[in-house]
Design a protein around this ligand. Sequence first.
Ligand code: KIV
Ligand code: ZN
Length: 508
Amino acid sequence: MEKDRLIIFDTTLRDGEQTPGASLTANEKLKIALQLEKLGVDIIEAGFPRTSPGDLLAVKTVSKHIKGAVICALARATKKDIDDAYEALKNARQGRVHIFLATSAIHRKYKLRKAKDEILKTSIEAVKYARKKFSDIEFSPEDASRTEPDFLAQVVEAVIKAGAKTVNIPDTVGYSVPGEFGAVIKGLKDSVPNINKAVISVHCHNDLGLGVSNSLSAVLNGARQVECTINGLGERAGNAALEEIVMALKMRKDIFSGIMTNIQTKQLYKTSRLVSRLTGITVQPNKAIIGENAFSHESGIHQDGILKRRDTYEIIRPQDVGFKGSKLVLGKLSGRHAFSERLKDLGYQLSGKELDQAFIRFKALADKKSKIFDEDLAVIVEDELSMVREEYKLINFQVTSGNKINPVANVELEKDKERISASSTGDGPVDACFKTIDKAIGLKGKLIDYKVSAVTSGKDALGEASVKVAFGHESVIGRASSTDVIEASVRAYVNAVNRFSLRKKKLR
Ligand code: KIV
Ligand code: ZN
């Protein structure tokens, strides 16, 4: 394979946001986009403007501030969708519209109720219409991997002729396996006469856990753009993980003969943490590349090998993906300067206000915890960055519990400068607090998931609580940290309530 460059198309803010339970405000999308720009992605798919005013605003906001990457908006093959994408991307330095229409037999028959010739005609018309507004057009035959090869080739040829500069081949339901998917790409290269006039892209879902493998197989067969997400977020089982694709190319240059990306791999860990915090979706500890265990060695034999020579059991240097081990950094007497310098070393750039807030949190933590580690700082800062507007603010809570009494909680919240308080019993102190918050705000939340974990070791470790709560059909995630796990849990629940009310406003 010739030396070449692979375009990294990040869809964390679009397909990634379709992860059940993940929802981002325009401001949160901008924070992630700024980090993706630092990471060096080529294209940021920022949303699907026609689906909601909130998403249109988000794409507009990202377009206005990000100048180092192409900004892309998704559209169905309709004039209205393309018009909305244009409106959202007006201020982008370079905007791309990504038009999709399903081509597989199952989608044609049951979802679209359209015959092949109608699909072909609609695709061509949509691309021709988009050409009046965009110079950069991408077309996706949705469910391409389950489409008859000759029809897929026909659609691809037609949309390139109509003006598409990128043809994206999605494995929409993650059904393909690597050899087969690579052959689809090779088949298109061999059979579509004008294929050299467009970049071949792939977009692989992970339903069989093969999203990354299928993407890499496509690259070996000529694809030069991959669509992927941070932490592998995305619809259902997610999309191919950006960090895994990029590191596979970097570590296995022998296989991918010099195919390069623009990604600054040292930014991977930080990007992953930010996305996890803002979407509320935790990263599994054994996740490749950026999971907390990716660089821990448990067995004695492995530890011995590592001490003798690191690459006996470690193929990636942790620092190459921006992973920093536990390090004692600051304590009670550390000042604002040392605090802000350490954050800079860790790669966080905070606004003056964010720094002030984070410093207050740091001082409060240092009062309770003698040794503060980098991980503690990361949690404090990421908490600040992921803070949603607090419609409900926790003022005070008290809970009494024991093995012989019914737990009782009192909670005081503030909304629009008014205090609301309530009291309730529950099955345990945490349940009593959650029920009391429900009572105070007049909503009924169903706790779907609840986790508490220690950020570092020791009895005074910072505890991080995360909750997943369903309010009716909507489920939201909330997170918070404190050295007191009940306080962390209460704050996480209030955070979930605030995310829910923000989401309701966004959908309005
Ligand atoms: O999975 C898919 O097919 C998509 C398209 C919109 C590209 O997300
Ligand atoms: Zn998708």
